[in-house]
Design a protein around this ligand. Structure first.
Ligand SMILES: [Fe+2]
Ligand SMILES: [Fe+2]
Length: 440
């Protein structure tokens, strides 16, 4: 094990220790050292990594010259070595929010911590730093970050955490790897203040995101923060829809019909379990050549698993450390919504659910992409439209057909379902399109 040092911005050094045993791809723990008149270290690292990290600090500035110690929140990787650093650097002081000092740091730190100026700048001579409280984002009540106004760098802590070996600094997207990692870490509190906090951080327009686990990012940091917020929103919606599907399935029982031809609710439940838990069989859901094997695994799962156990498995989602990457949060939302309606709308007398704005927004995003996938070759120029006249997508070629309905109904239509409340501008074209559409 070793700690590498890279200068990722003017007088900003990334100290990075790669630990191969955490996840199957390994995981990095990074500290950021801002040099200047009063050297400032963000994250102290694990207590057990102190020999490596302090030696890495020494390669940039003598460790006893450290003046400020800070970190995102209280966890071993963020601050396990804080007292060892206080011991090694006689003039160093811990600086954090008043809340963090009151809750923990006054008690835990070997020297009294300093409260960061609430609305002001903490000037360390070379970097004008601003403390930003981000309670519960990505986790912990006392969570907070720093923004370096001098270099437009956001010390982003656990935001954008991703696995694997990586360059010190990248210009390629870090949102997708972060959402992928979230799928199995579940480290971020999907709370109602997550999205607003990330949007607010985006307004700082950072050009560098100093990421604690993974590569740091150089480019439009604001766009990355907004995309991360949207990804988390979709993930939270998918979780809610999963819970709603489980409730409906529990109520209806294992032997009801569904809109998936030939499948009972038990078969549909087995499909969802295989998709998330049998990674050997899951590719057959999307790749026709492998479908025979998938079918077999699914039938066996349906026959051999107790109904309550199937429903429990859907409820708990993909196993914690499964390398579940086939479907991102967006695809998951659609999968849960469509199959939920497959169960509901196979019942006589079904009515559309009234969807809240967050659900509608989460369903709205993928409709266009899904329409191109399933209806790219239909024999009409199809425009999907909401009742208030918003065009959602236009696909196919031929005579014009306008399909009007709410987002949930349009989602079901492009997924190949006929049980949807829609109006069609041309009955004949509608029939031709229905026949040519591919299901999902
Ligand atoms: Fe953390
Ligand atoms: Fe961390």
């Amino acid at each position: 094990m070793q700690t590498t040092v890279d200068e990722i911005g003017t007088d900003i050094y990334r100290l990075s220790t790669y630990i191969p045993d955490i996840t199957e791809h390994g995981f990095t723990f990074n500290q950021f050292l801002l040099t200047g008149d009063e050297p400032f270290l963000f994250h102290c690292g694990h207590r057990q990594l102190f020999p490596l990290v302090s030696e890495a600090v020494n390669r940039v500035v003598p460790v006893e010259k450290l003046r400020w110690l800070s970190f995102g929140h209280l966890e071993a990787d963020e601050c396990g070595a804080v007292n060892l650093f206080l011991g090694a650097a006689p003039h160093a002081e811990v600086i954090h929010s008043g809340l963090a000092c009151m809750l923990s740091l006054t008690d835990l730190c070997d020297r009294p911590p300093i409260v960061a100026p609430e609305d002001g700048v903490h000037d360390v001579g070379g970097h004008r730093l601003r403390f930003i409280a981000t309670p519960h984002v990505p986790h912990n009540w006392e969570a907070g970050l720093w923004f370096d106004e001098t270099t437009s760098t956001l010390l982003a802590g656990d935001l954008f955490s991703h696995v694997g070996t990586c360059p010190a600094l990248t210009e390629t997207d870090v949102v997708a790897p972060a959402l992928e990692a979230e799928e199995f870490f579940h480290a971020t509190g999907l709370t109602s203040n997550l999205q607003p906090t990330l949007y607010w951080l985006a307004e700082l327009q950072p050009t560098t995101l100093a990421v604690m686990h993974g590569a740091s990012y150089s480019g439009d940091g604001g766009a990355q923060l907004r995309a991360l917020a949207d990804g988390y929103a979709a993930m939270a919606e998918a979780q809610r829809e999963r819970a709603a599907l489980v409730a409906t399935m529990s109520e209806i029982g294992p032997d009801s019909p569904t809109l998936c031809e030939g499948w009972t609710t038990r078969d549909l439940a087995a499909h969802l379990v295989v998709r998330e838990r049998r990674l050997d069989a899951a590719p057959g859901i999307a790749i026709p050549l492998l479908a025979g094997y998938t079918d077999k695994v699914q039938r066996r799962t349906a026959a051999s698993t107790d109904w309550d156990e199937l429903v429990d498995k859907i409820s708990s989602g993909p196993p914690l450390l499964s390398p579940f990457k086939l479907f991102d949060a967006v695809a998951n939302m659609d999968e849960m919504f469509i199959h939920h309606e497959d169960v509901r709308r196979a019942q006589t007398g079904w009515e559309p659910r009234s969807l809240d704005p967050d659900t509608i927004a989460a369903l709205r995003r993928p409709v266009g992409m899904m329409a191109r996938l399933t209806m790219g070759k239909v024999p009409a120029r199809v425009t999907l439209m909401t009742p208030n006249g918003e065009t959602v997508a236009t696909v196919g070629s031929g005579p014009e057909l306008i399909v009007t309905g709410d987002i949930g109904e349009l989602t079901l239509f492009v997924a190949g379902r006929d049980e949807a409340r829609l109006t069609f501008s041309d009955a004949q074209a509608a029939q031709a399109v229905r026949a040519a559409r591919r299901g999902l």
